[in-house]
Design a protein around this ligand. Structure first.
Ligand SMILES: Nc1ncnc2c1ncn2[C@@H]1O[C@H](COP(=O)(O)OP(=O)(O)O)[C@@H](O)[C@H]1O
Ligand SMILES: [Mg+2]
Length: 263
């Protein structure tokens, strides 16, 4: 499969921001942002509220076009959303169709991709199993917890077999235990598929725990203020990883960065 070949393309950038500038009206929100995200990496973006994290993610998703510079995906300039780029939003309540069951919500992505009806049930079962929702196929979103609803959204994104997963504070609305469970599920799914992940969060520890790299943006206008490689072994472990000296060192660096950025 072509997608698999591209995913295995080693360190060739999958997402590339080349001197990207974006303005809303006369206000420049992002200024000359350049950033290459290597294939198979998890890149976490942090930064003070309003610095342009969501805006950068929306540009990577082809939802907004820059006023200057270019955003390229697998070498092609993005001009519109693509099926091989999936976006997980924080607000799962809005992302899911309330009149469709969990299975039918996942089916949406398969329908959009033109997967034949006869192949859908087996694919849906597999996708829901991947996110730990076996046995909940026929439930409606409102019958499920926030964590379960977010799992449906993730399963629906995985149904697109994306080369790139864009996640905008996906676990921000969940309680701490649920959040940690979903972090680990996400890591194991991504390790299996080789998907490149662009992950926006305001949780600095989450950024270090998940990332191969953490980029901190400064505000007004949005630009890169810090770019750290995360040299922590995988698979990560909620207790062990978070106690490692390297984890604590990176966490400290990011807290110092944010304190200055907000100050
Ligand atoms: N559609 C829009 N129109 C006008 N201003 C916007 C729009 N979207 C975002 N902004 C502004 O751009 C800045 C960056 O927003 P955003 O990317 O959402 O920040 P973050 O996700 O880092 O909190 C903010 O000041 C926000 O108010
Ligand atoms: Mg945001």
């Amino acid at each position: 499969m072509m997608q698999t070949q591209l995913q295995q393309g080693g360190s060739a950038p999958v997402i590339s921001f080349d001197r990207v500038t974006l303005a809303f009206g006369d206000r420049t929100v992002i200024n000359e942002l350049s950033l290459d995200v290597a294939g198979g990496q998890i890149v976490c973006i942090i930064g003070p509220s309003g610095c342009g994290k969501t805006t950068a993610l929306r540009m990577a998703g082809g939802l907004i076009r820059p006023n200057g510079g270019s955003v390229r995906l697998l070498g092609e300039t993005l001009t519109a959303p693509r099926r091989d780029v999936a976006i997980v939003f924080q607000d799962y309540g809005k992302a899911l169709l309330p009149w469709r069951t969990a299975a039918a919500n996942v089916s949406l992505a398969l329908e959009a991709a033109g997967v034949p009806r006869s192949e859908r049930p087996a694919r849906i079962r597999l996708l829901l199993a991947k996110v730990g929702l076996t046995g909940h196929e026929d439930k409606y979103p409102t019958e499920m917890s926030g964590g379960m609803q977010q799992r449906i959204q993730i399963a629906r994104c995985l149904a697109q077999e994306p080369a790139v997963l864009l996640m905008d504070e996906p676990f921000g609305a969940l309680d701490a235990m649920t959040r940690q469970g979903l972090q680990d599920e996400m890591l194991s799914i991504v390790a299996e598929t080789g998907t490149t992940v662009f992950f926006v969060t305001h949780d600095l520890e989450e950024a270090v725990y998940l990332g191969d790299r953490v980029i901190g943006l400064l505000a007004n206008p949005g630009r890169i203020g810090i770019d750290l490689s995360v040299d922590l072994p995988r698979p990560r472990n909620q207790l062990e990883t978070r106690e490692m000296p390297e984890f604590l060192r990176l966490r400290r660096q990011l807290f110092d960065f944010i304190e200055k950025a907000e100050g």
